[in-house]
Design a protein around this ligand. Structure first.
Ligand code: F6P
Length: 373
């Protein structure tokens, strides 16, 4: 069968993207008389028709390489910055899709990419997506590729912080990525034996954390490691934010609305400094010197783990099965070890948070970890 496949990677990069690109390309060449092209820098490269031929030479030697050989961006097809304007560029993308006589466009990405791909699906393109993100927050899939590698990196960081925190009798607050979910912080916190783990799903009370640190001090453990997810929020702040949102809904005048919108933006800025704020409060309340480590983009860098290489390869290969069967408008998920196409309609607009009864939460509590509540 003669088939034309387009591939792009969008959103934050993630270990395993190249493994997936390789699996798609190699499987396509095994199965079909295929022509595979890769668009550069996500949806922007599609709009601008910047592409490379993903021939077998380009697919060699990339299984173990971090990042994405195609480049990426956070552009949205229907709200793309062009000059100083945000424009709907989906028609331009459809033109490029048709120009290359594509039978399918495969989009590799996280929540934002699923949304963008869904928009293009509604425009009439045959779309298949793969779930990629270190955040692990895509619904209907047990895991996203990138997560396992980031989990390993964050766990090693928590491990290493132990000896320095112990030597100096300090509190170390380590901020872990994850966007609005706590999978990464919870996983690394449990695996690395953090004393306190704070995730967005469980708003925290600083007094409770302080009590936990002081209790450790009383029992002779004069240091604490606090793994805090970048999206974690204090109960008080959450209430204040909800109050502002409800005020915004009830605002009578344009000026009032603007003021509240500004206050909410300020909230987001302050939230970015959450780890530092928390460390200061704990230093004051416990008398222990505190330090902050922000792991940041380190968590997305470098070679994918064996698990991520295998997952990305499995999903990439399954994508070719979908093409063979003419199954489009789906994300290829992994469920119980098996791949499964899930309609994009069931993915878009949803986020997979950590359920409060998740076994990782239960085991953290069982071993005496404070979750800030
Ligand atoms: O979605 C992946 C992620 O690394 C999040 O964990 C984090 O909030 C965000 O991307 C950071 O985005 P950027 O790379 O654009 O700074």
């Amino acid at each position: 069968m003669k088939i034309n496949i387009g591939v792009l990677t969008a959103g934050g990069d993630s270990p395993g993207l190249n493994s997936a690109i390789r699996a798609i390309g190699k499987s396509a060449y095994q199965k079909f008389d295929a022509h595979v092209i890769g668009f550069l820098d996500g949806f922007r490269g599609l709009m601008q028709d910047r592409h490379v031929h993903l021939d077998s030479a380009r697919l060699s030697g990339i299984l173990t390489v971090g990042g994405t050989i195609l480049g990426t961006s956070r552009d949205k097809p229907d709200r793309m910055m062009v000059g100083s304007k945000k424009l709907d560029m989906t028609d331009a993308m459809l033109e490029v899709y048709n120009k290359h006589h594509l039978d399918v466009l495969v989009c590799l990405g996280g929540g934002g990419t699923q949304k963008g791909a869904h928009t293009l699906m509604k425009k009439g393109m045959n779309i298949i997506t793969l779930p990629k993100t270190i955040d692990n927050d895509i619904p209907e899939t047990d895991q996203t590729f990138g997560f396992d590698t980031a989990l390993g990196i964050a766990t090693e960081a928590v491990d290493r912080l132990h000896s320095t925190a112990h030597s100096h009798h300090r509190i170390i607050v380590v901020e872990i990525m994850g966007h609005n979910t706590g999978w990464l912080a919870l996983g690394a916190g449990v695996a690395g034996g953090a004393d306190v783990i704070l995730i967005p799903e469980i708003p925290y009370d600083v007094a409770k954390i302080s009590d936990a640190v002081l209790a450790r001090s009383r029992s002779g453990k004069r240091f604490s490691i606090i793994a805090v997810s970048e999206g974690a929020i204090a109960v008080n702040d959450l209430h204040a934010q909800m109050e502002l949102i409800s005020q915004k809904d009830q605002a009578m005048t344009k000026e009032e609305r603007k003021q509240i919108t500004d206050d909410l933006s300020q909230f987001k800025i302050t939230q970015k400094e959450n780890a530092f704020h928390l460390a200061n409060l704990l230093e004051k309340s416990t008398g222990l010197e505190s330090r902050v480590t922000i792991l940041g983009h380190l968590q997305r860098g470098g070679a994918p783990s064996a698990t991520d290489r295998m997952l990305a390869t499995q999903l990439g290969a399954a994508c070719i099965d979908c093409i063979d069967k003419g199954i489009y408008g789906v994300m290829v998920a992994i469920q119980g070890g098996y791949t499964k196409p899930v309609p994009l309609d069931d993915i878009v607009g949803r986020c997979k948070s950590v359920p409060l009864d998740h076994p990782w939460i239960k085991s953290a509590r069982y071993v005496g970890t404070c979750l800030g509540d």
